[in-house]
Design a protein around this ligand. Structure first.
Ligand SMILES: C[S@@+](CC[C@H](N)C(=O)[O-])C[C@H]1O[C@@H](n2cnc3c(N)ncnc32)[C@H](O)[C@@H]1O
Length: 450
């Protein structure tokens, strides 16, 4: 097989990154945008030892699950790489990810629920973080083409709240008006690197964060005055990121106008959110995810609860009024400040959040003799660490409720829990990210030993 070769392929599967999978002369070929059941003529783009990448030249037989996508760029950029598949098939795809990983790990007798659909399938994101770059001599916002830093200009981000798209475009136009340069990542020059916009569905407040190379620039006062006039915008923050790095946000925020936080709601509780703090991006699906987790936790008034990887305390504070106490752990200092302030804001006085790495704090608590009843964990994609798992089980919780955004690390961690007298019999996938291959899920582990 050679680069640029044209081949006919029968697509038999969908990879976990949503690429069509075919086999050709002993090689596995990943075909962008192709669906199982399709027959395509494809051009080989890259050849490795055992696999290759290809792109479709022509679809000879189309899958009945294919839907027409208004903008090809949504699929090309990875912004919405499942958008060409019917929604019910997307849900099936996500469930299958979990089923296949369990099978690979020889984990039997586990029921995998149907994926809980999201109430909104597009426009559901309450936050957008979009790169700003110069393309053909003009400042543009958009999304990077998959596996590259080539900006594809966009104004409709499809999965983002349309009100956020409106603000993104308005700010882009102002950056052009004041001739503020886009970031040039090759030479680490220019000014605006990213636009980060958050909108609270509950209050309508909109926070704009300009991620900039410098702390200040001459046009900032005039730009700020105009941004303040954009309908709905309640605060502007300059995030200072001087480094040559792929990390989006720098370490320092400067408040240009408005409140330093945005207020959102989950159920009856209010949450104040700082720019660096994590907040679930699918506002309508979040309470449904939490309810699924909390219902299965079967909490009692005497329970001591740990909320690990707590963000701004959304899970722990949602249960605090029904249990004895909540202790939370979170690594981002501002998020911990938000969590403790959010406890006060909601009249909760039995919840306390601590700054630090969960894999360091949990062993400390265990060695101090802490006993728990229920532990909620909601780690980032890399999952838990053996140190955390060891310490968590030492505190002897009846239940560990694992909210996961990566089924591969989930299954790895569940295997380790099984060696420590914890068992589980079902996993419930929840669609937090429609049109993308991301799989969220809830698993409840129960203690079997004494
Ligand atoms: C998927 S978010 C969940 C947040 C929260 N439970 C929620 O539902 O909004 C994961 C959180 O873990 C935090 N985090 C990442 N690594 C961590 C670590 N080693 N120890 C503690 N927290 C960590 C992140 O800052 C983020 O707030």
């Amino acid at each position: 097989m050679k680069k640029n070769q044209i081949v006919d392929l029968k697509i038999t599967d969908l990879s976990y990154q949503a690429m069509g999978v075919a086999h050709y002369e002993g090689m596995t070929v990943f075909v962008n945008n192709a669906l199982p059941g399709e027959v395509v003529t494809a051009k080989i783009l890259k050849v490795k030892k055992r696999y290759a990448f290809a792109k479709i030249e022509e679809i000879k037989k189309e899958s009945p699950d294919r839907v027409t996508v208004k903008l090809n760029q949504w699929v090309q950029t990875g912004l919405a790489s499942l958008a060409h598949i019917k929604y019910d098939k997307q849900l099936e795809f996500k469930r299958n990810q979990v089923v296949n990983l369990l099978k690979k790990a020889h984990m039997k007798n586990v029921e995998v629920g149907e994926t809980l659909p999201s109430p909104e399938q597009t426009g559901y994101r309450n936050k957008a973080q979009v790169p700003v770059r110069e393309v053909k001599g003009q400042l543009e916002i958009g999304f990077f083409r998959r596996h590259s830093h080539d900006l594809v200009p966009l104004t409709n981000f499809f999965t983002t709240d349309p009100e956020i798209d409106r603000v993104l475009v308005a700010v882009r136009d102002l950056l052009r008006k004041y001739q503020i340069p886009a970031y040039d990542e090759i030479n680490n020059k220019g000014e605006v690197r990213y636009l980060d916009v958050r909108r609270s569905k509950a209050t309508g407040e909109i926070m704009v964060i300009l991620v900039c190379l410098h702390k200040d620039f001459p046009q900032l006062p005039d730009l700020a005055k105009d941004i303040e006039k954009i309908k709905g915008v309640t605060s502007l923050i300059l995030n200072y990121n001087p480094k040559k790095t792929n990390v989006i946000l720098g370490k320092t925020d400067y408040l240009v106008f408005g409140e330093p936080q945005i207020t959102d709601k989950i159920g009856d509780l209010k949450f104040k959110i700082s720019p660096e703090s994590f907040f679930q991006i699918n506002s309508l699906q979040t309470p449904r995810l939490y309810n699924l987790a909390i219902k299965q936790a079967d909490l009692k008034p005497k329970d001591v609860v740990v909320d690990a990887y707590s963000g701004i305390g959304t899970i722990g504070l949602s249960v605090a009024k029904h249990v004895k106490s909540v202790r939370g752990i979170e690594v981002v200092r501002d998020a911990v400040k938000d969590a403790n302030a959010n406890a006060k804001l909601n009249g909760i006085n039995n919840a306390k959040y601590t700054t630090g790495k969960a894999e360091k704090i949990m062993p400390r608590w265990a060695s101090e003799g802490m006993k728990t009843d229920v532990i909620f964990v909601d780690p980032p994609r890399k999952g838990l660490t053996p140190e955390f798992i060891d310490a968590a089980v030492k505190t002897k919780p009846k239940k560990i409720v694992y909210i996961s955004c990566n089924p591969a690390t989930l299954v790895r961690d569940l295997q380790l829990f099984q060696t420590k007298d914890y068992t589980f019999n079902r996993i419930d996938p929840v669609d937090m990210f429609p049109q993308t291959p991301h799989v969220e899920s809830v698993t409840v582990l129960e203690r079997t030993g004494k």
